[in-house]
Design a protein around this ligand. Structure first.
Ligand code: KG4
Ligand code: ZN
Length: 329
């Protein structure tokens, strides 16, 4: 039997992306158009500018995804779109465009939670996904959450950040250091030349919970920078070590609590070289980290999550309204 072919769109934040995926696993095409040039002079994402940029280029990005896949819309099984969480103005552009395509071509329409998309990047056929069940850490600019994954469509949240996401902390610290936006890749790079033990920044381990907190660390970096002379590389390395120590410790606790020795990482911060290396050092644990372009926002992961809904015939109506806040499940 031929597998389903899903055209997916993600405009949750500042990347306009479209992808064609077969059977929820095989990426036929994946196009991501970023907006760093639009936002970098503001040191962060300006929501209205993000929405306007999506509006300008979404048709071209979708066209390019179809062209790269050598496929016509008439051969697509369903249209999927990210319905949140994210920036509402940005989400509205993607959902309205996806609805129009589904409406005109009479195709099933599927709204997908962005976080489920990140979790499902582990199911894409780009490496060796972990065996089920596994622990999933979604660590991005908007979220830092741990899930237990029992299958496609079966997720349970184990913990989440009570304040800043790890990626948000990276971006804010980079802004304090004048490193531009987004800050994660710049800190990742500079940290390689720095001393991770130069400044003992605090680690919010918070025993007895799998929740996270990164706002204290951010404040501590701000105060250190204001009151000391320092090498930027050392601040980057010391800050990054504090973030990664907490992420790894919480993963270890989740493994212990759920008695599951398999872990998948996803989200933009999962592109971090030091985090990838530290995860790989966990003894007796099977780990899966997607290739970097599938860690940061992309529409292939949205198609992977939509596949589960497609198989169950769980389609959305055209009244679907995107949401800024949307829990998994
Ligand atoms: O998943 P993503 O593309 O978008 C959201 O859903 O938020 O993640 C973006 C975040 C940004 O905060 C960015 O600074 C961070 O991921 N990031 C990194 C790296 N690459 C991107 N953080 C640390 N190291 C990296 N190499
Ligand atoms: Zn994301």
């Amino acid at each position: 039997m031929p597998e389903d072919i899903i055209l997916a769109i993600d405009t949750s934040c500042d990347d306009t992306s479209a992808a064609v995926v077969e059977g929820g696993r095989q990426i036929i095409s994946s196009i991501v158009s970023g907006q760093n040039q639009v936002h970098e002079r503001f040191g962060g994402i300006v929501p209205e500018l993000a929405s306007r940029r999506h509006l300008e280029i979404i048709a071209d990005v979708v066209d390019e995804a179809l062209r790269a896949a050598s496929i016509l819309l008439s051969s697509v099984s369903a249209i999927a779109v990210c319905k949140g969480p994210g920036l509402v103005g940005s989400l509205i552009v993607g959902t309205a465009f996806a609805k129009s395509l589904a409406y005109v071509h009479r195709l099933p329409f599927i709204g997908v939670n962005h976080l489920e998309g990140h979790i499902c990047s582990a199911f894409l056929k780009e490496g060796q996904p972990p065996t089920l069940p596994f622990i999933s850490l979604v660590v991005s600019g908007g979220h830092t959450s741990l899930y237990r994954v029992d299958g496609l469509g079966q997720y349970r949240e184990l913990g989440r950040s009570r304040d800043d996401a790890a990626g948000e902390a990276y971006d804010k610290v980079a802004k304090m250091l004048g490193l531009g936006f987004p800050g994660g890749p710049a800190i990742d790079c500079l940290a390689k030349a720095g001393n991770a033990k130069a400044v003992p920044f605090p680690r919010a381990y918070m025993p007895h919970t799998l929740d996270f907190s990164f706002s204290g660390l951010k404040t501590s970096v701000r105060s250190y920078i204001a009151n000391n002379t320092f090498a930027v590389e050392d601040i980057c390395a010391s800050f990054q070590a504090a973030v990664i120590d907490v992420l790894i410790r919480k993963i270890e606790w989740a493994i212990e609590k759920e008695n599951i020795a398999a872990v998948a990482l996803s989200g933009g911060v999962a592109a971090n070289d030091a985090l990838r290396e530290r995860l790989g050092q966990l003894k007796g644990v099977k780990t899966y980290v997607p290739p970097k372009p599938l860690c940061t926002d992309n529409a292939a992961m949205i198609a992977a999550a939509a596949h589960a809904q497609f198989l169950k015939g769980e389609f959305d109506g055209f009244s679907l309204n995107p949401k800024a806040y949307l829990p998994v499940g």
